[in-house]
Design a protein around this ligand. Structure first.
Ligand code: THU
Length: 160
């Protein structure tokens, strides 16, 4: 047996004011579209803003359903919208913010596993990393240089 140690380097910013201005603007867009989340079951609203290489921003928020598994997270709503409308344009960055209607969310909320898997597909497709920034309603912001940093031992098309 040989142990395998996996490490990822993330950056933690104390507040949104510390991140580059362009990311602050992207995060503001994520916070705005978060209000459009349809989340009557969880009362947990998430917004995602994606910056494309052509400068356009594609937005998404979580959309729930009475048949719970039919709902979709904000990150996948956004990345699938980007893929559907701009299939040949690279994705540069994604900013994500979550807000609970039940309590104040001050710690950074990472994307769920299914969203990490969906996002990493587009890194593989474009063969370029996608920077990711995520936060709660306020407080610390976490950055990773690549979705892959949040998803070690990724399953991708190289296995197929
Ligand atoms: N949610 C997201 O939109 N993104 C995530 O990465 C985690 C969870 C949504 C799904 C559901 O509508 C609500 O948050 C509670 O899980």
């Amino acid at each position: 047996m040989k142990p395998l140690t996996i490490t990822s380097r993330l950056e933690v910013y104390e507040t949104i004011e510390e991140v580059p201005e362009a990311i602050q603007e992207l995060m503001e867009k994520a916070a705005k579209v978060r209000d459009n989340a349809y989340a009557p079951y969880s009362n947990f609203k998430v917004g995602a803003a994606i910056l494309l290489a052509n400068g356009e921003v594609v937005l998404g928020s979580n959309q729930e359903n009475a048949s719970y598994p039919s709902g979709l997270c904000a990150e996948r709503t956004a990345i699938y919208a980007a893929g559907a409308t701009h299939p040949d344009v690279d994705v540069l960055q994604i900013a994500i913010t979550a807000r609970s209607l039940k309590h104040q969310l001050l710690s950074p909320v990472p994307p769920c596993g299914a969203c990490r898997q969906a996002l990493v597909e587009y890194e593989v497709k474009q063969d370029k990393p996608i920077e990711i920034y995520f936060m709660g309603e306020s407080g610390k912001v976490v950055k990773a240089d690549s979705i892959g940093d949040l998803l070690p031992l990724v399953f991708d098309n190289s296995w197929l």
